[in-house]
Design a protein around this ligand. Structure first.
Ligand code: FAD
Ligand code: DLZ
Ligand code: SF4
Length: 511
């Protein structure tokens, strides 16, 4: 490298001290560029809470970097000279400083990687090594495998990190304690909830700007409680480990009306923006287990989400490439119903999940997978529209993590790269894991006729529609046998009623 001043680009989800671009830079010479830009707030209309979270965290991180001796050029969204795009802000900074080249850390989205490749000044990108598994390592693991199953990947990561290992064996003798999880939440369960941070002056200013600029968008910025600095994120981690982790495993799949958070970590916005790292959150969980404060099923379950699922999902995104988000293996083409944007439906599970999503920019994994995701795949919704919805609505959504979860795990639109079978169920599963059905306008026990739970009808409609693809799948054979054993008239009634629901969706009628 020459001794000339270079720009260092830091994106909104790169708010970590240990960032490859910073390690390559020189605080005495280089200039950091950070920018709030409309191109990023608007390429999909992100939830206002997500924008407020990122902008407040970006402003605080810029101040922190200045304290460490860096020169930072920071453009706020309402700066009249802001060109409102990342490449535009790079060019403006280059003109102001005389820089002729820039460095950065690889963005988590192909869209932005290619925008930087075409930027008006050359940008050299370094790998994002805030993850446990590099692209090359994931390729090495995936190479030659017929199926890319997370469980095998996860075991490699356990060996690599030594987390919850006793020599070369898993602690307690089992790799996976999911068998002890998945309990239904008992009535009256006391839920600690996440740590709620009171907005400080910087956050209040950002909230005000976001309310003025994006107040008419899906979602609300009211009652904002996310932490927006590393210190706050660390406090949230401590709170989770102490109060929720001990029960995390038990109720991981449970859903309760009015209790959106249960014992979940609520750490994904912090992890994905770079305020926390994978190692420290796993070490904290492991230490709590070793101290006897947390049972093994909880600690292992949590660590699996972080070094297993999160890393695996990222590996899939970068391995599958930029066309991944336009895959549609099941040929689904129905438009996303309006109620995804309003929560206005008689289906309690959906109104509850979407209501939480609008208010909090959050829903937990099972709500995302088995409620909104399950409905979307059963109803044959266009996966590209479903993908966009998920990218818009969650505070933790960036394409590298959102797309494989949606296109792959939830919609099976990648044809089975992520999931060995589609995650679909009738109302029974939702009834077993939640209290939603008790207050629903539909009847979950009903198999056909007026008032039948739409999931019950759409489930069989889905299996029937995709029989050619799935009936040979050993994990689905039992369901086809059950369907085939049903009385032919009943089957016809179910399929006719399932089509009736789809027609209502197409007509925009309320369901
Ligand atoms: P917890 O349930 O407490 O889990 C702990 C941590 O494990 C999370 O913070 C997260 O970092 C990690 N994790 C767990 N499961 C996954 C997973 N499947 N993929 C990646 N990380 C995981 N996660 C996102 O971070 N961003 C998304 O945009 C996103 N979209 C999703 C869309 C669908 C359809 C589905 C089914 C899942 C999606 N997930 C996404 C994964 C998961 O739902 C969220 O990570 C989790 O709900 C975040 O809340 P939490 O911190 O309370 O998680
Ligand atoms: C998500 C987001 C938003 C809403 N706004 C900005 C922004 O104004 N400036 C910025 O640098 N980053 C923002 N981000 C995060 C980027 O979209 C993210 O870096 C890419 O999607 C890659 O993960
Ligand atoms: Fe959802 Fe069906 Fe239960 Fe209603 S009855 S809450 S639609 S699963």
């Amino acid at each position: 490298m020459s001794g000339e001043l270079r720009l260092i680009l830091i994106l909104g989800d790169q708010l970590s001290d240990d960032l490859s671009a910073l390690r390559e830079g020189d605080a005495d010479r280089d200039v950091i560029v950070m920018a709030e830009v409309q191109a990023e707030t608007d390429y999909v209309p992100h939830h206002p809470k997500k924008i407020a979270f990122l902008f407040s965290a970006m402003r605080k991180h810029a101040a922190h970097l200045r304290k460490q001796g860096w020169t930072v050029r920071y453009a706020t969204l309402d700066d009249p000279d802001n060109t409102q795009s990342i490449p535009g802000e790079m060019l403006r900074a280059a003109e102001a400083t005389g820089a002729t080249e820039a460095i950065g850390t690889e963005p988590g989205e192909f869209r932005l990687i290619s925008a930087l490749e075409d930027a008006p000044i050359p940008v050299h990108l370094f790998p994002d090594d805030r993850f446990l598994c590099s692209h090359a390592e994931f390729e090495g693991w995936a190479e030659g495998r017929k199926e890319l199953r997370m469980e095998w990947f996860y075991r490699e990561m356990r060996r690599k990190t030594g987390l919850m290992m006793e020599g070369d064996r898993p602690a307690g003798g089992k790799w996976n304690y999911d068998h002890d999880n998945r309990k239904r939440a008992p009535r009256g369960l006391t839920v600690p909830g996440p740590l709620r941070h009171e907005p400080d002056r910087i956050t209040r200013d950002v909230i005000e700007m976001v309310r003025n600029r994006f107040g008419d968008r899906y979602g609300s910025v009211n009652d904002f409680w996310f932490g927006t600095s590393r210190d706050m994120a660390l406090e949230s981690l401590g709170h989770f480990v102490q109060h929720s982790l001990p029960t995390f495993g038990d109720y991981q799949d449970a859903m309760v009306t009015g209790e959106p958070f249960l014992f979940h970590a609520l750490l994904s916005p912090y992890l994905n923006a770079g305020l926390l790292g994978w190692r420290e959150v796993c070490d904290a969980a492991q230490a709590a287990w070793m101290a006897g404060d947390v049972p093994i099923n909880a600690a292992e379950g949590f660590i699996r989400q972080i070094i297993g699922w999160r890393e695996y999902i990222r590996g899939i995104y970068f391995r599958e490439g930029p066309d991944y988000t336009s895959r549609n293996a099941l040929g689904a083409d129905r438009d996303l119903p309006e109620f995804y944007w309003t929560g206005d439906t008689d289906m309690r599970c959906l109104s509850e999940t979407i209501g939480t999503t609008m208010a909090e920019a959050y829903a937990h994994h099972i709500q995302r997978l088995m409620v909104t995701g399950n409905f979307a795949i059963l109803a044959g919704l266009d996966p590209a529209q479903v993908h966009e919805w998920y990218l818009v609505v969650y505070a933790d959504a960036y394409e590298w993590v959102e797309a494989p979860n949606v296109i792959g795990m939830s919609q099976f639109a990648d044809g089975g790269v992520v999931a060995s079978k589609p995650y679909v169920s009738g109302g029974n599963y939702i009834n077993r894991m939640s209290d939603y059905c008790k207050t629903c306008a539909y009847v979950v026990e009903q198999k056909s006729g007026e008032g039948t739970c739409p999931f019950n009808l759409l489930y069989w409609g889905f299996l029937d529609r995709h029989r050619d693809r799935f009936q040979g799948n050993p994990r689905m054979a039992q369901m086809y046998r059950t369907w085939d054993r049903m009385d032919a008239d009943h089957r016809q009634t179910v399929l006719t009623e399932a089509s009736g629901i789809l027609r209502k969706l197409d007509a925009g009628d309320r369901i």
